[in-house]
Ligand binder design. Structure first.
Ligand code: SP5
Ligand code: ZN
Length: 359
């Protein structure tokens, strides 16, 4: 198991967010990563900070995100401050809600930085600080470096220890602590750099973060070459996506599978039973590569989520994932219980490793 990490991921550090109508310290903190890093180290995992500087991020980002959105992420902070916006961070105040206009606005014509803040974002959880984009690019570089080592066959499994996370990010929207969709970009990256790229290798994304990965779902909704399977809290954030009736469209019909699970009562047994079913679907798809959106916000102590998975439950979860038996890239997503986040992530990887050695 190769673990990739970059200290630049720590640069994104907004002081607060608005949650349940309250101004609270930002949950998606740099400390999340340093805690996981420490735990992995003390459990014998080697951690590499040798990211691959040859990867042209822009080219790969643009396979998933729009050029207008990428331009926004690059310039938002500077233009916002220049127009008198608060120096701490860009935070939207007005959104072009679907019922506000007869047709969606043409983003190219909108230059006011306050308008753009709402145009390219769907909630209040993504403050863009001076350093945010640098961290976002580092997070993606960690992910793609790890993906590359799988594709060239240097390793059979890897973990991208990165933040900000990605699975809520849409082609042209940030939200849910996410700016660039690391996993979605990695899926396209793998398909494009594989030697068999003419044949477009099949990639499966198994999303075990507590929240539905609306961005990953949207990216591949009509594409049968990328299977998206998610387990998540039913009717919880991001509220408007994640129902089992969302199954893909056109040629992609049947290649999007959602497992919403009840809040408050889903513990290790219920979770692992459903995960076995999800794994059967992934195996049946016969992907060349497996990407895991690894959130540990399913933990019983998570401050913003509502499942009851225990720290030892993550050992089982890692083992079940290993039974898919494909080159596997874990990419860090959510998880906000700082006391247990290190052990929880470590256990997923340990459970995976133990099962791989066993089979
Ligand atoms: C990557 C990721 O895990 N993003 C999650 C973003 C969640 N943001 C809003 C969560 C709102 C949950 N409501 C909390 C109620 C606390 N009692
Ligand atoms: Zn989450």
């Amino acid at each position: 198991m190769k673990v990739l990490y970059s200290k630049e991921c720590l640069l994104h550090d907004p002081p607060f967010e608005i949650l349940s109508g309250e101004k609270v310290p930002y949950f998606e903190k740099p400390k999340r990563l340093t805690i996981i890093e420490g735990e992995l180290k003390s459990n014998g995992f080697g951690i590499s900070e040798e990211v691959d500087w040859d990867i042209d991020l822009r080219q790969h980002i643009l396979r998933v995100h729009s050029v207008e959105y990428l331009d926004y992420l690059e310039t938002a902070y500077e233009l916002w401050v220049r127009e008198g916006g608060n120096k701490i961070a860009v935070i939207p105040e007005t959104f072009p809600h679907v019922n506000l206009l007869p047709a969606p606005p043409e983003s190219a014509h909108i230059t006011n930085p306050f308008a753009r803040a709402g145009l390219f974002c769907f909630d209040l959880s993504c403050p863009i600080t001076k350093e945010t984009h640098k961290a976002t690019l580092a997070s993606l570089r960690v992910t793609l470096t790890a993906a590359k080592s799988l594709v060239v066959g240097a390793v059979n499994s890897a973990f991208a220890l990165c933040r900000p996370p990605g699975h809520h990010a849409m082609p042209s929207l940030c939200g849910g602590y996410c700016f660039l969709n690391n996993v979605a970009i990695a899926a396209r990256f793998i398909q494009n750099i594989s030697p068999s790229a003419i044949e477009r290798p099949k990639v499966a994304i198994l999303d075990i973060d507590y929240h539905h990965g609306n961005g990953s779902q949207a990216t591949f909704y009509d594409d049968p070459s990328v299977l998206y399977v998610s387990l998540h809290g039913e009717n919880d954030y991001p509220y408007f996506t994640g129902s089992a009736s969302e199954q893909g469209s056109g040629k992609g019909k049947g290649y999007n599978v959602n497992f919403p699970l009840p809040r408050g009562i889903t513990g290790d047994n219920e979770y692992c039973d459903t995960l076995q079913g999800a794994v059967a679907i992934v195996r049946n798809f016969e992907p060349s590569f497996l990407l895991i959106s690894l959130g540990v916000d399913t933990h019983i102590d998570d401050p913003i989520s509502d499942f009851k998975v225990t720290t030892s439950g993550y050992l089982r979860i890692g083992g079940i994932i290993a039974s898919i038996d494909r080159p596997t890239l874990f990419v860090m997503e959510g998880g906000y219980a700082l006391e247990s986040i290190g052990k929880n992530v470590c256990n997923v990887l340990q459970g995976f490793k133990l099962q791989v050695e066993h089979q």
